[in-house]
Design a protein around this ligand. Structure first.
Ligand code: NAP
Length: 328
């Protein structure tokens, strides 16, 4: 098969089109002929040597694919209500930038009605991450307020839409006025340009001084103290990335006085059973929203897989709103 490999850690040019042996599906796994592979920021971190591959995972980058099941564990497929020939999208721990990809059956989901393979390839990484962090760890409820940092990221566009569809109020931050407009078009009740406005003051102003019930944070660093300042009593701060640094200096007194929760997670190293449980929740609660068009994939650009370096360059330029996809 053809695949895109990381030939050495470094700039986008280290992504090379190569030939690899076809992978083989083992027990509990499906082999997918990949039509499209989603690009995510963690792929960029892996390429630059800042995101080690979990034990047992492919060294090829790529955390999500869509395509057709061409082989696999017949019993596991039947139990999951899937079959050979079916179009699916899948969350994988690596190996997504390839014409063939093995995925645990538990992490495969049927392509939602009405979506094509490119749209479906955009779903797994951000929907699994947002579901697990915003709705499970963060326990966001209808009627509560969510602050999404990085509202136009792949993660952000999913978080805004899902939270709105499930009845929450959403405030999002972004780095330009154009991106703020995109957040509002996606359903955010209010967007904050974090380069020109203070998100703490904005959140307080738009919640009558109460603060946000849940914050989805991909910055950390000096954001943590400010986020604590604009969390409501009993609020939950969920950290999924540390783009602003790993060290934070904050007032721990507020955490106890106002019963705040600071949590976080990384999806990739979690076991198949954990990811399978998220897949089931998504299939039940979120796939109908995608099929009805209430929630939609937001695609900024698609590239032929051989142009993977260009796709990474675009991601690093931070010009995109939503997802970048590779096609085979
Ligand atoms: N923990 C997990 O399981 C998990 C899973 C997937 C992804 N992630 C992480 O989640 C983040 C988003 O991933 P992605 O693939 O969606 O990446 P992406 O589309 O490249 O998004 C990166 C985002 O970070 C925003 N950002 C950077 N500095 C910011 C700041 N100071 N304030 C507010 N926003 C800021 C950017 O906003 P502007 O462009 O507007 O500046 C951009 O929207 C990445 O950091 C990724 O590593 C974590």
């Amino acid at each position: 098969m053809k695949a895109i490999e990381i030939s050495a850690y470094g700039a986008p040019e280290v992504l090379r089109l190569t030939e690899r042996a076809d992978p083989v599906a083992g027990a509990g796994e499906a082999l997918i002929r990949v039509a499209a592979s989603g690009v995510n920021r963690p792929d960029v971190l892996q390429r630059t040597g800042h995101y080690p591959v979990p034990p047992g995972a492919s060294d090829l980058p790529g955390l999500e694919v869509a395509g057709e099941i061409v082989a696999g564990d017949a019993q596991a497929l039947a139990q999951a209500g899937l079959r050979i020939g079916q179009r699916v999208c899948a969350l994988v721990a690596g190996g997504g930038y390839a014409q063939l990809c093995v995925a645990p059956v538990a992490q495969c989901l049927p392509v939602p009605d009405g979506l094509d393979d490119v749209e479906a390839a955009c779903l797994p990484e951000t929907f699994f991450t947002v579901w697990s962090n915003v709705f499970e760890r963060g326990r966001l409820q209808a009627g509560e307020t969510l602050l999404v940092q990085g509202g136009t990221s792949g993660i952000g566009v999913t978080a805004i839409q899902l939270a709105k569809a499930l009845g929450a109020r959403v405030i999002a931050t972004a780095g330009s006025d154009e991106k703020c407009s995109a957040c509002v078009q996606l359903g955010a009740d209010h967007a904050v340009n974090y380069r020109t406005q203070d998100f703490v003051a904005e959140v307080k102003a738009h919640t009558a001084g109460r603060g946000a019930d849940v914050i989805l944070d991909m910055v950390a660093g000096d954001y943590v103290a400010r986020e604590i300042d604009c969390l409501a009593d009993d609020g939950r701060l969920v950290i999924i990335a540390v783009q602003g640094g790993v060290k934070s200096d904050f007032n721990a007194g507020q955490v106890l006085r106002r019963r705040l929760t600071i949590t976080g997670s990384t999806l990739r190293p979690r076991p198949v059973a954990f990811k399978g449980a998220i897949a089931q929740a998504l299939r039940e609660k979120v796939w109908p929203l995608l099929a009805s068009g209430r929630v939609r994939p937001v695609i900024h650009s698609r590239f032929e897989a051989a142009q993977a370096a260009q796709a990474h360059r675009l991601m690093e330029s931070n010009q995109h709103v939503g997802k970048i996809v590779l096609t085979w």
